[in-house]
Design a protein around this ligand. Structure first.
Ligand code: NAX
Length: 332
């Protein structure tokens, strides 16, 4: 049997953590033959609750789970981890200024970046889920200069999966037959869910474009986009709690595809460090279409971007540039 992989989940006593850790322990993250050791970090006020999650993990008797570290010590949490899923952060509370929230998260991600850099396993892969996800990931990258930038990403796979789900419902086809939607940009309401290259595999085996099958550009350019952009708020309204099971599932999809590879002919969306592809400013953490092979992502190149899309790509880049400036202003 292979050596266990150590997986860190920060904010593990929270809602997403509670949905995510059993998925990891069941093999959803890395496959049903890969043993795992879970490292769970939270802050002292959540220590007791975190210990309760640990008790439940023991009680679930997961065959693949070879150990659990539950701690409020960042160094202990980060030591030896191969994969780090950063879910912990400071939420925006009513009446709080954006800058104050940013400032709290900048200091959290700065500290956790240093701990990962010093104590994680070589070649550790990092996924930031906590909001503002793109900018938290950027801060983490800046303060962990020895971690290759290729190893740091943020989650937009939930938005990607939401887009697949909307198309599947609209066309009344299985979600597994829809592919190659793209989420561009920020994990925020300025994100651009793009279906211009998306296809559906019909029962005949033939692949057809989503635009052709939907045959309603007004819906695709209007309601579809806003539904995906606003889906997080719709879940909060319905559940009185934010998305958790879908976020946890998307985090598993993100890591699994990154480590094990994307299927031939299929891409997914990942927030990664921009190299200037598609004229997105270099140096932003921006969601792109990517394929993964041998544990490395690469941005899908050469897709045509029409004028309507161009504006949307630029708008979300502008927001990320502003967020970056705000984050840097919190450092001084
Ligand atoms: P919860 O508030 O339920 O859980 C967050 C947990 O993080 C808490 O247990 C808290 O004690 C812990 N925490 C706070 N500061 C910490 C620190 N410095 N170190 C370690 N742990 C710390 O939130 P939950 O619903 O689980 O959401 C977690 C984060 O995911 C939020 O920032 C949320 O905005 C973000 N989301 C991101 C999504 C994405 O697609 N990128 C979608 C879902 C979600 O909204």
């Amino acid at each position: 049997a292979s050596e266990p992989v150590r997986v860190l989940v920060t904010g593990a006593a929270g809602q997403i953590g509670y949905a995510l850790v059993p998925m990891i322990a069941r093999g959803v993250l890395l496959g049903s033959n890969q043993p795992v050791i879970l490292h769970m970090l939270d802050i002292p006020p959540a220590a007791e609750s975190l210990n309760g999650v640990k008790m439940e993990l023991v009680d679930a008797a997961f065959p693949l789970l070879k150990g659990v570290v539950a701690t409020t010590d960042v160094v202990e949490a980060c030591t030896g981890v191969n994969i780090a899923i950063m879910v912990g952060g400071f939420p925006r509370k009513e009446g709080m200024e954006r800058k104050d929230v940013m400032s709290k998260n900048v200091s959290i991600y700065k500290a956790q970046a240093s701990a990962l850099e010093k104590h994680a396993a070589a070649n550790c892969k990092v996924l930031v889920v906590a909001n503002p996800a793109n900018t938290n990931a950027l801060i983490l990258k800046e303060f962990a200069p020895s971690i290759p930038e290729k190893n740091i990403s943020c989650l937009t796979r939930l938005d990607h999966n939401r887009a697949l789900g909307q198309i599947s419902e609209r066309l009344n086809v299985q979600v597994s037959e829809v592919k190659n939607v793209i989420i561009w940009g920020n994990h925020s309401s300025t994100q651009y869910p793009d279906v211009n290259h998306a296809t559906v595999k019909l029962p005949s085996g033939e692949e057809k474009s989503v635009r052709e099958l939907v045959a309603d550009d007004a819906w695709l350019n209007g309601e579809f986009i806003s539904t995906v952009q606003q889906r997080g708020a719709a879940i909060i309204k319905a559940r009185k709690l934010s998305s958790a099971l879908s976020a946890a599932s998307a985090a598993c999809d993100h890591i699994r595809d990154w480590v094990l590879g994307t299927p031939e002919g299929t891409w997914v969306s990942m927030g990664v460090y921009s190299d200037g592809s598609y004229n997105v400013p270099a140096g932003l953490m921006y969601s792109f279409p990517v394929t993964c092979r041998n544990g490395e992502w690469s941005i899908v190149q050469g897709l045509s971007i029409d004028e309507y899309s161009r504006k949307k790509l630029d708008l979300t880049a502008e927001e990320l540039t502003e967020e970056k400036a705000l984050a840097y202003s919190c450092l001084s």
